[in-house]
Design a protein. Structure first.
Length: 292
């Protein structure tokens, strides 16, 4: 992350650990749900979905900002959160959306604003298409595959991303790490190697998960076309996985579609520009996505 936001991040993370945020692990039927929840239990819900190799804790800072007014929940997505597997062993976008729907029923969530990143944003779009009444508004950060709305394939780019996750040494892992940022933060080799070895333990499983998701990736064009709720798309202008030139054309398709691009930012805006990302999302949610 950029040094100018370090104090902000530390403040928000510390506040979330000192407040009433609670971590839960519950078994319901065949599902195991690992999640964080805070805020008034009867308030409108904001629901967070992370991307590949992310986890529920990445949202703590933003959840802290919203928890006074909203019920905020972040979940570990099976397959995408390292070490969390689905009982079924299947990880299509539809299956993961149905998993989230079962969680909604388990927690009596009538509807929510979805906030999602990267591959989690693809799940959020599939969920919104399958269960439109459950989605009040949608925030997608670094969503990939917009090209499919205009008949262009994303298959090869997806395959290239999968190959990036097949690394055999520290230099290859550094290449993956650097590709996510415009300005990669300094990370000691010892920490990078520790993270690399952790991911290598789950490399086969993660490759399987992405293969299952890729098989349904073509559904994104129909999912996007079916959206009826307000949508905010946040992107890094230097994101190598997102074609920003497509988004101007997308904006013409949806009256409630807003695009915010951060200059000098890559695929993880909430890490490179956490303060700006949090502020943008908060304003969108507080305005109900209408007068943003």
């Amino acid at each position: 992350m950029l040094k100018r936001d370090n104090a902000y991040v530390i403040k928000q993370q510390l506040a979330s650990y000192l407040s009433d945020f609670k971590s839960h692990r519950e078994v319901f039927g065949q599902d195991t749900f690992s999640y964080i929840e805070a805020g008034p239990p009867m308030a409108e819900c904001v629901f967070f979905i992370h991307g590949a190799v992310g986890n529920k804790t990445q949202w703590r800072g933003l959840m802290q900002l919203l928890s006074r007014q909203y019920r905020v929940i972040a979940i570990d997505v099976p397959g995408l959160a390292v070490g969390h597997e689905a009982t079924s062993g299947y990880y299509s976008l539809t299956e993961l959306s149905n998993y989230i729907m079962r969680f909604f029923r388990h927690k009596n969530i009538e509807s929510a604003c979805l906030v999602a990143h990267s591959m989690g944003a693809n799940i959020a779009c599939r969920f919104s298409a399958l269960y439109p009444a459950k989605v009040n508004s949608l925030v997608v950060a670094s969503l990939t595959g917009w090209e499919q709305l205009f008949g262009q394939s994303y298959w090869h780019k997806f395959s290239e991303f999968k190959q990036l996750l097949v690394f055999n040494n520290l230099d290859e892992f550094k290449a993956l790490f650097s590709s996510l940022f415009h300005q990669p933060p300094y990370m000691p080799d010892a920490l990078l190697e520790l993270r690399m070895r952790d991911l290598q333990k789950h490399q086969t499983q993660l490759y399987k998960v992405l293969t299952h998701i890729q098989q349904e990736f073509h559904l994104l064009s129909n999912d996007l076309a079916s959206l009826t709720c307000p949508v905010l798309a946040i992107n890094g202008a230097e994101d190598v996985f997102v074609d920003l030139s497509i988004l101007d054309r997308v904006a013409n398709l949806y009256p409630d579609f807003k695009v915010v691009n951060f200059n000098e930012c890559g695929h993880v805006p909430f890490l490179e520009y956490p303060k700006k990302t949090h502020s943008t999302i908060t304003k969108f949610i507080l305005s109900n996505g209408r007068d943003f």
